[in-house]
Design a protein around this ligand. Structure first.
Ligand code: 9MR
Length: 361
């Protein structure tokens, strides 16, 4: 039998029943669960990240308006955008605020809270600050924070002041252009002081990833928070990004949330997603098994967060609403199938949305 014959034969029953091959595929998909809007059931703000281009996408806007009450700019409030034309005073022509301003205006128009992300990050700013030394570096560091946190004073409720200070291995802090100029705890402490001076009301967060996935990193991060508190830093909250590895043992995510909560500060689950893939390792798990693992780990995290005292539940943010919005589904990373987020490409609930709704309720 030729290939074409075989395909015709396989399609025949559907042709007879009036179904097309596409219908057959749709048929095989599990029905999306019915899930109430997440923001309507959570007793704390529910957030997502946002790009300014999404604020003019009617499908995204409708989904965000239904589901969330808080926004985090995904990349346009970072140095990569604001300093894209260089650093004024170091060869740059001026700070770029058009896109983050549009996001701030959108949040205000929608009555959503805005969480600033991020002032100081090891991954950005090296080029713009290159060549500055001593007092000139310190002056530019302070001036950047003053300009950005000052501009959004009264518009943001909070800031990720320093992002990702701990190494991937997890037992030490990152060595970067900021630490080289101002010291390892020094740059962090200074960033918090400058952010407080620029915005007296914002809740100021230290934010990092893999805190649940890598307990060594979680512990190093919490020790840093304690040191900052002892040193009098105006740190107001703990941001756990929660890019969850769905294969971590049961109990590990909840244990981190409990340890973090013992410091008494509000907690922000700041960038939740949970990929069904496991990097480059050979992966023999079925799709159903992966969804089960994802549901278990995300459910555990969301339940642990919901169980915190109300004053410690700052917000629960997912790093995108629809799978296709995720950074994990862009460019070379995209396998066309991953479901790391609560909604599918059409904005219908994935199993993750149902898990979150159950935990929040
Ligand atoms: O999702 C973000 C992606 O669109 C940006 O290109 C990238 C660089 O700015 O940052 C991604 O978000 C990261 C976040 O800012 C910090 N934690 C890890 C996130 C995923 O990489």
């Amino acid at each position: 039998m030729t290939k074409i014959d075989r395909r015709a034969l396989l399609a025949a029953p559907f042709a007879l029943s009036g179904l097309t091959a596409c219908d057959r595929f749709a048929w095989a998909q599990p029905k999306p669960p019915v899930v109430p809007p997440l923001k309507s059931i959570a007793p704390f703000p529910v957030g997502t990240c946002v790009q300014s281009s999404q604020t003019t996408d009617p499908a995204w806007v409708a989904l965000a308006a239904r589901e969330v009450s808080q926004l985090t700019p995904e990349w346009e409030m970072k140095m990569e955008y604001i300093l894209a034309d260089g650093l004024p005073g170091n060869g740059g022509s001026g700070l770029r605020f058009d896109a983050p301003d549009r996001i701030a205006a959108f949040a205000q128009a929608q009555g959503m809270r805005l969480h600033g992300h991020t002032l100081i990050w090891y991954a950005q700013g090296a080029e713009a600050f290159a060549g500055l030394e001593g007092p000139r570096f310190v002056e530019a560091f302070d001036a950047y924070i003053a300009a950005v946190a000052g501009r959004y004073r009264g518009k943001v409720v909070s800031w990720d002041v320093v992002n990702e200070p701990v190494t991937d291995e997890g037992s030490s802090l990152r060595d970067c252009h900021w630490s080289q100029a101002l010291g390892q705890d020094g740059y962090i402490l200074r960033a918090f002081q400058q952010a407080r001076a620029a915005d007296p009301d914002a809740v100021l967060f230290l934010n990092d990833y893999n805190l649940e996935n890598n307990p060594t990193k979680g512990a190093t991060f919490l020790k840093l928070v304690e040191r900052l508190m002892k040193a009098g830093a105006p740190i107001g909250g703990i941001g756990s990004q929660s890019h969850l590895d769905i294969e971590i043992p049961a109990g590990q995510a909840a244990a981190f949330i409990r340890d973090a909560a013992s410091l008494g500060l509000p907690i922000h689950i700041s960038e939740l997603d949970a990929s069904l893939r496991n990097g480059s390792r050979l992966d023999l798990r079925s799709h159903a098994t992966r969804i089960e693992q994802q549901s278990a780990r995300v459910g555990e995290l969301a339940e642990a967060f919901t169980a915190l005292p109300a004053a410690q539940r700052f917000a629960f943010t997912v790093w995108g609403l629809r799978d296709t919005d995720s950074w994990l589904r862009q460019g070379e990373r995209d396998d066309g199938k991953d479901q790391p987020l609560p909604f599918n490409a059409a904005g219908q609930p994935n199993p993750m949305a149902a898990v979150l709704a159950r935990a929040f309720a």
